[in-house]
Design a protein around this ligand. Sequence first.
Ligand code: BTN
Length: 242
Amino acid sequence: MQIIKLNAIDSTNNYLKQLLMDTALEDFCVVTTKYQSKGKGQIGAEWMSERGKNLTFSVLKKNPPVKLPRQFHLNILVSLSIVKTLEHYSIRKLAIKWPNDILSDHHKISGILIENQIKSNRIDFSVIGIGLNVNQELFKGLPKVSSMKSILGMPINKDELLHKLINNLQIYFKMFSEKGKDIVNAEYESYLFRKDKPSTFELPDQTLFTGIIRGVTDAGKLRVQMEGATKEFDLKELKLLY
Ligand code: BTN
């Protein structure tokens, strides 16, 4: 496995994208760092991680086996790879909060940021950024965040964990290429947080409403059953309160 280990960088996603411009890299090449000064989260948020304690890394996937506009299948494959890895470590009550926050007992332990390079209406390559809280124990001001060490009560070897995760990513990409979307979609929905349960959502204008998550469309929109009809929302259009 091609693995580039850094001490510090602004963001491993940015570094990998930049490196690709003038360097030939292997498929599933990994860039990992002990510290990110500007770790990027979903919708412009920042990803904070204590120096040296966690996994913050990006994986290159060349020619991913997904067709636009169904790029959400990438999020599904990556989410499932993380969940399966965490199950191996006996992390309990795992769920995927749409679109791809990994929760253990309602606490977020991992987040994913995928950036796709589009060429001639297809994905040339994807940079899969993963932040996984491993050995950090204090998350000041973040009551709904946790780590593997906090859950298991013992430190985890980060190198072994990284290798297991990359291995699971390769397994899921292979499975998807060989068997198609149905198996992974069903598996993703089996972990989908609050599926089939009445939940409270907030719209961008701060209106609250009750609805029931029924699933996710191929384009990655959340299907929510509301009074009368089922509607589809994208990430910027609603927030699940929990
Ligand atoms: C989120 O849940 O908001 C997504 C977090 C993604 C964080 C990872 S850490 C490694 C990679 N580099 C980044 O700048 N972000 C991703």
